[in-house]
Design a binder for this molecule. Structure first.
Ligand code: NAD
Length: 267
């Protein structure tokens, strides 16, 4: 039975991860929150809306790594790199769902992956990972001269990064399909007199509001026709179940950085 530690266990995803871990039959080794967070000391089962499990929220990250076989991080970009470094030092596999990381923060995670297995994904749902694979294939077929690609996403009003990590991953999949570098072709912001659309660019549009869990569309638009691939998440349990599945998968994997396509074997 895999023993899982949950960083950020009182967050929206953290609570869902506790429930998904219990449902998967894993042992919940512990959970951490920021020092002084209101959830400190609360039973993790209670946090997840379940029966108490006798495991309580702490701010002791080293103790969590010591107690768990594998650790899951859905916290914040400022915290995820130090968690990856700790995974590298302790040899405990890590699953990272936190999005919005800078290039420096991402480099710290890559460095830790030289010492331990890290699964990192902007989206842990099966549907979105299939959407990325489809996007890559469709973009390889529909050429940039006739077909414009736009990625549209909507999330709840509390989300702090934009475009979403998933939208960027879908843009990257489209760019890979076309054999180009996303950074060289992405239109992340449009405002004012932008001029006409540049052929071959991949555009992003971000909507925020209400309690939307996550919606992503990749739109391929040509003269006279349009192909739209859409995924709608209605329950963040899908991400939590995917992350727990990734954690159980990663526990005995050699050092390296893996994504959900590796876990689901749909690469
Ligand atoms: P949230 O704000 O509800 O939860 C984050 C929690 O982490 C908070 O409770 C916060 O107190 C805690 N935290 C922050 N720093 C910490 C630290 N150093 N140690 C321990 N706990 C710490 O946010 P959320 O909606 O749960 O999302 C968290 C992250 O996961 C975001 O980056 C979000 O974009 C990402 N996310 C990814 C996926 C995916 O499938 N990859 C899905 C949903 C959300």
């Amino acid at each position: 039975m895999t023993s899982i530690g949950i960083l950020g266990c009182a967050g929206r995803m953290g609570r869902s991860l506790i429930a998904a871990g219990l449902d998967a039959g894993a042992t919940i080794a512990g959970g951490t929150e920021r020092p002084g967070a209101p959830a400190q000391g609360i039973d993790l089962g209670t946090l997840a809306g379940r029966e108490p499990i006798g495991v309580f929220v702490t701010d002791d990250t080293p103790a969590l790594f010591a107690a768990a076989d594998v650790v899951i991080d859905f916290t914040a970009p400022v915290a995820a790199p130090s968690h990856a470094t700790m995974a590298g030092k302790t040899g405990k596999a890590l699953v990272i769902g936190t999005t919005g990381l800078s290039a420096d923060q991402q480099a710290a995670i890559a460095a830790a992956a030289a010492h331990v297995a890290i699964v990192q994904a902007a989206n842990f749902s099966l549907g979105v990972n299939l959407l990325a694979a489809l996007t890559r294939k469709v973009a390889a077929v529909l050429g940039p001269a006739q077909w414009d690609i736009e990625v549209v996403e909507m999330h709840h009003r509390h989300k702090v990064d934009a475009p979403s990590g998933t939208a960027l991953a879908l843009g990257r999949a489209a760019a890979e399909g076309r054999g180009v570098d996303l950074d060289a072709v992405s239109d992340r912001v449009r405002d004012g007199h932008t001029g006409a659309r540049t052929a071959g660019n991949i555009g992003f549009a971000t909507l925020r509001g209400g309690d939307v869990v996550g919606e992503h569309s990749v739109i391929f638009a040509a003269d006279g026709e349009r192909l739209e691939l859409t995924h709608k998440a209605t329950d963040r349990g899908i991400f939590a179940r995917g992350a727990v599945h990734a954690a159980i998968w990663a526990a005995d994997k050699p050092a390296g950085i893996y994504d959900m396509a590796d876990v689901l074997d749909i690469g």
